[in-house]
Structure formats: structure tokens, C-alpha cells
Design a protein around this ligand. Sequence first.
Ligand code: URP
Ligand code: ZN
Ligand code: ZN
Length: 460
Amino acid sequence: MSILIKNARIVTAADDYTGDVYIKGETVQAIGANLDMPADEIIDATGKWLIPGGIDPHVHLDMPFMGTFSSDDYSTGTLAALHGGTTTVIDFVLQTQGKSLHHALDAWQGRSNGNAYGDYGFHIAVTDFNDNTAKEVRQMIEEEGISSFKTFMAYKGALMIDDGQMVGLMKEVREQGGIVTVHATNGDMIDALIAKHRAEGKLSPLYHYLSQPEVTEAEASGRFCDMANYTGVPGYIVHMTCEGALNAVRKAALRNQKMFVETCIQYLLLDASLYEKDFEGAKWVMSPPLREKKDQTALWAGLNQGLIQVVGTDHCPFKWEQKLMGKDDFSKIPNGHPAIEHRIELLFSEGVKKGKISPNKFVEVTSTNAAKIFGMHPKKGCIAIGSDADLVILDPNKEHTLSVKSHHMNVDYSGYEGWQVTGKCEQVFLRGKKAIDKGSVGIQKGYGQFLKRGKTSLVV
Ligand code: URP
Ligand code: ZN
Ligand code: ZN
């Protein structure tokens, strides 16, 4: 199968020009002006943008969490991602404390194998660092293609590791050539605030927010940077929300540390006033919580200053009946929010169209940087000869409205109901196949492949 896309505005992290792209089989074969090779299909993309398929390195599909499972599985989640221009996701395998990393990997492979529409990789969360886990770090990198190790500084009793374990893991990962990623919030401080609020009978979703003040994230982010600096391991802070945490990373940047930062689309666009809507606020109960307007300003600035390299989603949807598990106690509301489908269109509409970020920055933070940081570049994250033909034709002027009535995520509300968006991912190609064509699906479940990732290539 060959496809010739003509007259597109080709936007990558580095370039912006009008040209043609020729796809044969799974890869891009030629890029140029006025290409005229014969093709099975010729698409005139005049007036449209052609960008690399999006990479969302922070999703939770079919994940056991807080007594339930996130409601998108590999099938519904990766298909919703494709509808929104994201061709690759990286999910998190969670070690069960007391069990091995391989035990967890088996469980995640069981849920994902043969079920994905889009391509996917795994990070592995180390929740119990010991001699056996240390041995498994090398095996994960060399044999399984999993080169990023997630840690939690919160969720004590299930996921959190202490600083001694953190430093031990960091030393091992540095030896083996991987990267340590982190949910950086101070779990002990948060648990004390949750206990205090519950004891005072303060049980609404607003108290989820008030139990995780900015200092809990700023402190943990700074501590993580210091431990990474001490051990020499490259680090990546997931879902950063606030000015205080960003300032902690500034210090790491000044000492030229390899420290990367991800924020998520919701932290750029939504704020904590949503928690004042009584129990409806549960739709946005996630950790860390939404913050203040001044934090949004800091995050947009962080993108432009290069302190933040990635915009992900932390897609972790729960249906309303699952959110109701916490109707009498905010601490029982499953933490997470649906966004996998909307990241690219929202960032284009609110970021590029409103002049907050440049077209190149938009591609950098939605695709290219994640590919480089997580060892997938240049197979993924760029438009280049020999790279996977993961491409999005985006209509930059098409207006549409986000709604539960039209989204494809397996969740019965939208965190963005009624949002007006300019820019639509019209056609989405995954490894040369037209996966999405104006809303219709052109591939089968199981087309999505597990990606063995290489060691981190750290120049972004
Ligand atoms: O609220 C969130 N973020 N849920 C998913 C787990 C995590 O902390 O990323
Ligand atoms: Zn987290
Ligand atoms: Zn997460």
C-alpha cells in the first residue's frame, strides 16, 4: 500500500514548510516538492497541517487502582487516542509490593496483548526496591525494551517508596542506562492532611484539593531532583502542576542536570475553582489536583523556556458510578481524569491558535520530545525518511465542540463538556495505515504493537 500526501503544511519540531510526503508500507519513503510517484492513494492536503503522530507518555489503561479499574482498556483507550491524533502511548506497569517486576509485567501483557489499536510501550513502576528488583532492572531494559522506571513519592502502603529505596533504584538505573520517572508529591504530608480533614468531617471533593497544597509537590520535586543529582541518574517528573515545583526544577537546570518535566493538558487549561461544584468536582479529582491561574501561567512559561518538555494527559478515566465510590468521603474517589482524545486538539486550539506556543513547540511537546526522552526516536516522533509513517492531517480551521456525546473514551462524562475547539485531527495514519478518516476507523483491534524502547537519547 502506498499513499502520497500532497501540498501539506509540514510542521515538525524543527521545520515548517509546504511539501509532499510519500508513504510505502509502514514508513515514510520520500519527502519533497511536487513528488509524482505513482501511489495507491493520493490525498490533497492543501490548507491542512501534516504533523507527526502524537505520543502520550502518560496513560493508565485498564489499571487496577483504588479498588477498581480505569475504564478505558487497551482497545477503547488507544482508539480514542487515535481519534485525537495520538498514535503511540506509554502506559504504566505497577509492581505489587512483595512481588517481582516480571509478575506485574505478565499481568499487563495479559490485558494488553492483541487488544490495542494504537502502538504502546510500558514504563515499569518500582514500588518495592530490593536485591531481586535490582536484578530485574537490567532485564527490563535489555530483554523487555522497558527503559523507564516510575516511582511514587505518595500513595503510601500501595505504591510509595521511601528515599532509601529511591536512591538504591536510581543508582541501579543509572548503571544500566535507563531513566527514573516520578510522581513527585510528599505522601506523608498529604496523608496527614487527608486524616485531619476526615477527622473534621470535611469530606467533599474540595478537600482532595486542600489536602495536596502546592508545597507538597514543590518539596517532593526538589527532593527528587537532589537525589537524582546525587546519584547521577537522568530524571523525569510526571504531571507537574505548579509554579513551586517548576522552581525546584530551575535549580536542577542551573546545575545542568538531566531532568525532564511533563505537564498535562488539564493543568494548562483547568483550575481549582472546579472543586467548588460540590460532588461534581469529583470529575476532576486527580493527583496532583488542579491548581491556580498563576500556576497555569508558570506552566505555559515553562514550556516556552524549555523547562517543561512534554505535555501528556495522565489519562486515567473512571465512570461516574466509580467516582461515586467517594460520594461520602473524598479520599475514596478514584483519582484520575479522561483526556487521551483531546490533548492535541486542545493544545493546538488553546496554545497555537491563541499564540501561547509556536507550531514547532506544539509538535515538540506533543510528540518529538517524548520520543527522544523515552528511546523511540527516530522511529517515532518525527517526519523523516525511514521513520514510521505515523502522521496526522490536521485541519487548522475546523471548529468543533467537545462533549460526552461525541467522544470515544469509555467514560460517561467529559471534563471539557461544551469546550469550543478550533482544529481537528481529520486523518490519522499509523505505520502507513489510515487508522482514522474523518471519524471512521480503518484498522482492526490488535493492529497496535508493543514497542520495545531503546535507552534514552537525552538531547531534546
Ligand atoms: O490522579 C491520578 N493522577 N491518577 C492516576 C495515578 C497517578 O498518580 O498518576
Ligand atoms: Zn501520579
Ligand atoms: Zn499517572
